[in-house]
Design a binder for this molecule. Structure first.
Ligand SMILES: NC(=O)c1ccc[n+]([C@@H]2O[C@H](COP(=O)([O-])OP(=O)(O)OC[C@H]3O[C@@H](n4cnc5c(N)ncnc54)[C@H](OP(=O)(O)O)[C@@H]3O)[C@@H](O)[C@H]2O)c1
Length: 332
């Protein structure tokens, strides 16, 4: 079977097509033929390297943490799944940079990481929403649940995770302000949960946010990191929640903890989807909630671009340059 591997860290040019023999699934494993693979910004971080605390992955590495597909074979001890079932997964139980392998036509996976797909959720929707949706879920259920009429700031509100957070917060009744990198992205964000948008590369987002939310923000949801996180403290109401879930612009620089006290006794969160809904039962429940949000129309999952798996280098370049909105898929 064909897969995409890296043998060293670097730019999109290090992504190489490789041919591999896949062994039969182990006793507790399931072989899945991928039909849609979710591209996540973390794939770019793993490709670039230099992102880890402690050891990074051992080369060669097949990238990718998320896909949907069809069960092709099941190990002898697997119950509850059979050939032909439609399934999806986001991570397989370990740290996201150790736990990769989705950029492949097929993969043997622990049965416990798979979620069965309902008939009304397509493979592409599932691959576009599972990892990003579980990230939105950890932010909303474990960090700050937006309340009616309170003001929330979502950075990069047209991004994969950002657009889900904006829509979910709007659905819960919050006033949602989103920062975005272009006018096109602003229009997308206003169609996906944002009541107001700020072009944060052209205007000072702190001053603009203070105008829109003079009482201060109840929460900021930030996947941008270095460029936005610490400045956002100046927009908060006392005891507001500052949530950093990602680092698209680079890691948040070290800062003095006293700053949180000085800026209004802020509450700091750094969530990761892998620690949320980590058992098969809680994952099924969290995914069920995501499917219901999509089914009800509260959240639209937008696949802005699909690329053949063989054109993964172009897909990485586009995502890395911030050219995409919503979710991007690779099709084997
Ligand atoms: N904690 C977790 O469990 C978890 C899970 C999933 C993702 N994440 C992280 O969350 C972040 C966003 O993920 P995503 O899937 O929403 O990403 P995405 O759809 O690829 O969007 C990233 C957006 O970040 C903005 N951005 C700001 N500075 C940038 C820069 N220097 N380079 C590139 N983009 C920049 C761009 O939007 P604008 O043009 O509007 O600025 C870009 O479109 C990533 O850091 C990702 O690793 C964390």
């Amino acid at each position: 079977m064909q897969a995409i591997a890296i043998h060293r860290n670097g730019g999109p040019e290090v992504l190489e097509a490789v041919s591999l023999e896949l062994p039969p699934p182990g006793a507790r494993q399931v072989r899945v033929r991928h039909t849609a693979i979710g591209l996540n910004f973390s794939d770019i971080n793993v490709r670039n390297g230099g992102f880890y605390l402690g050891d990074g992955p051992q080369f060669p590495v097949i990238l990718g943490n998320e896909a949907a597909g069809v069960v092709e074979d099941v190990g002898g001890e697997v119950t509850g799944l059979r050939t032909g079932d439609r399934v999806a997964y986001a991570g397989t139980g370990g740290l996201f940079f150790h736990d990769t392998g989705a950029y492949a036509e097929q993969r043997n996976l622990p049965a416990t990481c798979l979620v069965k797909l309902p008939d009304d959720i397509s493979d592409q929707q599932a691959a576009a929403m599972l990892l990003k949706g579980l990230t939105a879920s950890v932010v909303i259920h474990r960090c700050h649940q937006p309340q009616p009429d309170e003001a929330i700031l979502v950075h990069a509100a047209s991004s994969g995770v950002g657009s889900l957070l904006a829509q979910w917060s709007h659905h819960l009744g919050a006033k949602v302000i989103g920062t975005v990198g272009s006018a096109v992205k602003a229009e997308f964000a206003r169609g996906h949960g944002c009541d107001h948008t700020i072009l944060y590369r052209q205007e000072d987002f702190v001053a603009a946010t203070k105008k829109l939310a003079p009482q201060g923000l109840a929460a900021v949801f930030d996947g941008v990191g270095k460029d936005t996180f610490i400045p956002s403290f100046d927009c908060m109401r006392p005891f507001g929640a500052v949530v950093n879930y990602g680092n698209a612009s680079g890691n948040v620089p070290p800062f003095n903890l006293m700053l949180l006290a000085q800026k209004g006794c802020l509450v700091l969160h750094r969530p990761g989807f892998g620690f949320h809904a980590a058992t098969p039962e809680t994952r099924a429940e969290a995914c069920g909630e995501l499917f219901q949000l999509v089914r009800s129309g509260a959240i639209k999952v937008e696949v802005s671009r699909t690329y053949p798996l063989t054109q993964v280098a172009q897909a990485h370049a586009d995502v890395e340059q911030g050219l995409t909105v919503g979710s991007v898929l690779l099709i084997p």
